[in-house]
Ligand binder design. Structure first.
Ligand code: SF4
Length: 292
């Protein structure tokens, strides 16, 4: 690796590690003696999650365990060998599960409809059951800042709800706790980190599918928006942690707050936006803000 790439990798690792540590601390994601099942799909996000969680574990002031779990869903042409070899080389405790959800999806989904919704529901079911069987107290997923923002926009535009992804979620039946430690980390930083680390990425178009079109469109919209509002993503992430409920239209919430809106909105005062502005002012290659 070139010396400048070594330095870049170090900087990225530091930034991403801080974003992960902050998310874990702010949302109480990990507790002593947790056994965490890290879902490893073979994409850049899950490799990054596992690597950073392991670094966090080594320096944490308390004990907890990680168990990497990969699910082979039986898609045509699947080859999980590079992932398995990497796990062994890195000496991560791991399990590789096999469950042919692909055939179920192909059988159940009507022609012309997309597979992803049923496919991910089946995958979730298998992983939730496995977590219990393997004695895991939590399930860690690799969703990041951009997933959270895209979900927020999709809910706003298509579902009439102001909701994104929680950093910590207890399943309805209370059997599982899902955590998302990368939720404050920018996708662009994760992508570059994964590239520099040369993770053996498994191709994600194995099923010949149909990545959700709406999510793609929202991503394109955000890229357009950032052409004239470069801090749009950082600001949106800040907004999710800086609600002004009385300035919204949730009647129950407004009533509970006494029915009166008070205070200033003051976007200039939001810390992550100020941080991001300062970083842009430094110039050079844009370093994405830590909260982003
Ligand atoms: S892209 Fe393929 S593997 Fe991924 S959720 Fe959709 S159908 Fe399933």
């Amino acid at each position: 690796m070139q010396p400048q790439h070594v330095a870049e990798l170090k900087t990225l690792e530091h930034q991403l590690g801080r974003a992960l540590g902050r998310c874990i601390a702010e949302f109480g994601l990990i507790e002593p003696n947790d056994r965490i099942m890290v879902c490893l799909s073979g994409g850049k996000d899950s490799y990054t999650l596992l690597t950073l969680l392991e670094q966090f574990r080594r320096h944490a002031p308390f004990e907890f365990e990680l168990l990497a779990v990969h699910l082979d869903q039986g898609q045509p042409g699947y080859d999980g060998e590079p992932l398995r070899a990497w796990l062994e080389e890195q000496r991560y405790p791991h399990r590789i599960l096999r469950e042919d959800t692909y055939s179920v999806v192909v059988d159940k989904v009507e022609p012309g409809k997309t597979y992803c919704s049923l496919c991910s529901r089946l995958r979730r079911g298998v992983l939730y059951n496995a977590a219990e069987a393997l004695g895991c107290t939590k399930i860690a997923l690799g969703h990041h800042r951009d997933d959270a923002i895209e979900t927020l926009l999709l809910n706003l535009v298509y579902n009439g709800a102001m909701a994104s992804m929680p950093a910590k979620l207890v399943s309805r039946d209370k059997r599982n706790v899902v955590i998302r430690p990368l939720l404050l980390a920018a996708e662009a930083n994760i992508a570059r980190y994964a590239e520099l680390r040369a993770f053996p990425i498994l191709p994600c178009n194995l099923c010949g599918s149909q990545e959700q079109l709406k999510r793609k469109q929202v991503k394109a919209l955000l890229n357009d928006l950032e052409r004239f509002a470069p801090l749009a993503r950082a600001s949106m992430l800040s907004a999710m942690g800086n609600l002004k409920p009385a300035h919204l239209l949730d009647r129950d919430l407004v009533r509970a707050l006494g029915g009166v809106a008070t205070g200033d909105l003051g976007a200039e005062g939001l810390e992550p936006v100020r941080e991001a502005k300062a970083e842009l002012a430094i110039g050079g290659r844009r370093r994405l803000p830590l909260m982003s």
